[in-house]
Design a protein around this ligand. Structure first.
Ligand code: UGA
Length: 418
């Protein structure tokens, strides 16, 4: 603890979640040590350069003191360690715990040398049971250690905003002392704090992401029918959203949900449900709909250009959503693969995500400007970046997967669900 009563916090794993957690606590006056195995990332953070494109974080990092290091031993100087490693999917749909387990083992080694109490907080998203079955055994012989699970509800693109003004904080605990320390750390965040056992906290996170994904697939299914009936699904969603029982969020119809979290968390929950003998019918259908939805873009395109062989197709937007350069599980991947299969030539533009997309498709497609994309025979809009509202779409064929209203001026305009 520092003299002012603030804590010393170590954050292990500096991806979007870890870095946001580190910056967020530093902004609240705590002393933060950031630990990551990637030396380049560590160097950038020490130079106050944000290693990822994440709106808000880049500016904030310049105004806080975070000591970044690759040395897990530095956690010894902290009161609380947050484990923030990613939990990517394995081929069978379950999650790979390597980036959580390995740092936990290293931390366990370090904490064996500590003489006083230390709180370890799991921030990574895991299926119910992992803290008890995997993390506790790793840490149990490490002296006086308390454990909590504190799932994050941070959206990429607005992660720092979500950290600073959360809608709720969930603390999973199995001893009061650990829970009280974490609860005190979150004092003044101005939102409800729910304290539960480990498994419940883990399930709250999984069920929340599954529910958001379900709403998206639901509105996409309604939208597909609306399209055929000549109804604007955005008007329908607006009308539904006035009902507080329904609410208006996560009802933006489009090409489906991408990103690192919703798809893999849903797949992991499906795998877990099956493992315990449950039949996750709704969740499996949500995933199924989400796989099919982006391919509707090609169906709509073919209503105007029946054969895509040799045609130049432009794509505006590659990131899985605006405000980030993240292309993990972006629907642009499925669409580009399908277009390449059809023999189309592809020109793409994204204000932030082109370097990451290049790593996936290299020179199979052309990377250009928005004007370059608009010279194509037809253009698909796949991410709703604001700047796409300033382009000149007249005389073009536009298939819009994300609702860019300006594009309605096109000679031929098709919205995916409207
Ligand atoms: C999601 C959750 O929203 C966070 O609460 C959670 O903490 C995070 O996963 C995580 O588990 O770490 P994120 O993946 O950053 O956050 O993205 P979202 O903003 O939820 O969007 C996911 C996808 O759904 C995007 O492709 C977005 O375009 C799409 N979406 C979202 C829609 O198609 N329609 C909508 O109405 C909303």
């Amino acid at each position: 603890m520092t003299k002012s009563g603030k804590k010393v916090i170590s954050v292990i794993g500096l991806g979007v979640v870890g870095l946001t957690t580190a910056v967020g606590f530093a902004l609240r006056g705590h002393r933060v040590i950031g630990i990551d195995i990637d030396p380049q990332k560590v160097r950038q953070i020490n130079e106050k350069i944000c290693p990822i494109y994440e709106e808000g974080l880049g500016k904030a990092i310049k105004n806080v003191e975070i000591i970044a290091t690759t040395d897990h031993g530095q956690a010894l100087d902290s009161d609380i360690s947050f484990l923030c490693g990613g939990t990517p999917p394995k081929a069978d749909g379950s999650i790979d715990l390597f980036y959580l387990e390995e740092p936990a083992k290293q931390l366990a080694e370090v904490l064996r040398m500590k003489k006083s109490y230390h709180l370890v907080v799991i921030r990574s998203t895991v299926v119910p049971g992992i803290t008890e079955k995997v993390i506790i055994p790793i840490l149990e012989n490490s002296g006086e250690v308390g454990i909590c699970i504190n799932p994050e509800f941070l959206r990429e693109g607005t992660a720092l905003e979500d950290f600073v003004a959360p809608r709720r904080i969930v603390i999973g605990e199995n001893d009061r002392r650990a829970g009280d320390i974490l609860c005190n750390l979150y004092e003044g965040f101005g939102c409800p704090i729910l304290r539960t056992d480990f498994k419940t906290a883990e399930m709250i996170k999984q069920a929340s992401n599954a529910f958001l994904a379900t709403r998206i697939s639901f509105i996409n299914e309604i939208g597909n029918t609306c399209k055929e009936l000549g109804i604007d699904v955005y008007e329908v969603a607006k009308g539904m959203g006035y009902d507080e029982r329904i609410g208006s969020e996560y009802l933006r119809a489009g090409i489906g949900f991408g990103g690192f979290c919703l798809p893999k968390d849903l797949t992991a929950l499906v795998a877990k449900a099956k493992e315990v003998g449950s039949t996750p019918r709704i969740l499996e259908e949500v995933l199924h709909l989400n796989r099919e939805q982006p391919l509707r873009m090609l169906e709509l395109l073919k209503r105007h250009i029946p054969s895509l062989k040799g045609k130049v197709i432009g794509i505006l937007g590659l990131a899985f959503k605006p405000g980030t350069d993240d292309v993990r599980k972006t629907k642009a991947i499925d669409i580009v693969e399908a277009l390449l299969d059809e023999g189309a030539q592809i020109k793409v533009y994204d204000p932030r995500a082109m370097p990451n997309f290049k790593k996936l498709f290299d020179n199979k497609i052309e990377y250009t400007s928005s004007d370059g994309v608009l010279t194509a025979d037809a253009v698909l809009i796949l991410t709703e970046w604001d700047e796409f509202n300033n382009l000149d779409y007249r005389n073009k064929i536009i298939i819009d997967g994300r609702r860019i209203l300006k594009a309605k001026e096109a000679r031929i305009y098709e919205g995916i669900c409207w």
